[in-house]
Design a protein around this ligand. Sequence first.
Ligand SMILES: N[C@@H](CCC(=O)N[C@@H](CS)C(=O)NCC(=O)O)C(=O)O
Length: 231
Amino acid sequence: MPITLYSVSDGPPSLAVQQCLKYLGIDYTLVNVDFGLGEHMTEDFAKKNPQKEIPVLDDNGFQLGESNAILQYLADKYAKDDTLYPNDLKERALVNHRLCFNLSTYYRYISEHVMAPIFFDYKRTPLSLKKTYIALDNFNTYLQLTGTKYAATNNITIADFQLVTATMCLEAIDFDISNYSLVQNWYSTYKSEYPELWQLVQAGMKEISAFQKNPPDLSHMTHPIHPVRKN
Ligand SMILES: N[C@@H](CCC(=O)N[C@@H](CS)C(=O)NCC(=O)O)C(=O)O
């Protein structure tokens, strides 16, 4: 059953899905979509994902966007046991909660502060910084409430894949997270327990880090939403 992932090499949602595929030992074809060339904004790509966003999974013709939905699908379909996405009602609810928290708040605020100003004509502001601190504080509190090694349980789950890639964006710009000690411990634990997954994420982090120092020239791009930086 051929699986293809349309992915962007430094995209946190794409890297979350790549971790899941690697963890599950699934063979797949990786198609790198060139964000800078706007390959995801073509009508052809819109047939795969009408939202024109990356990643998109194609599992033998079944096409799915939204990285959280992709992670849930992969874990439900391919995991040999339920550690990655627990069957227990409350554990699964916590995983789902963390996925929603990442989408609505954690990655959203981090991405507004870190990623948007790298790629488009946005500024880091006191408000975007404050929102990033709020996101970190929320996550730290969730780790305190569950007292677990990982974000939802004592095992890595699909929620960690997303939260790790969001946190990696902070590391890419040398953002100090030491005031959020449980987040910092969780992030270090992940790196030491899953070095092969971290390697994947780290490659994306290095790209973001390089772009932070030398922002990409996207002045040729016409974007439907984001203001393009004119050089
Ligand atoms: N909610 C989506 C978001 C995916 C997303 O934002 N992807 C970025 C790349 S990292 C993208 O495709 N952005 C489209 C654009 O800015 O034109 C998901 O989790 O899959």
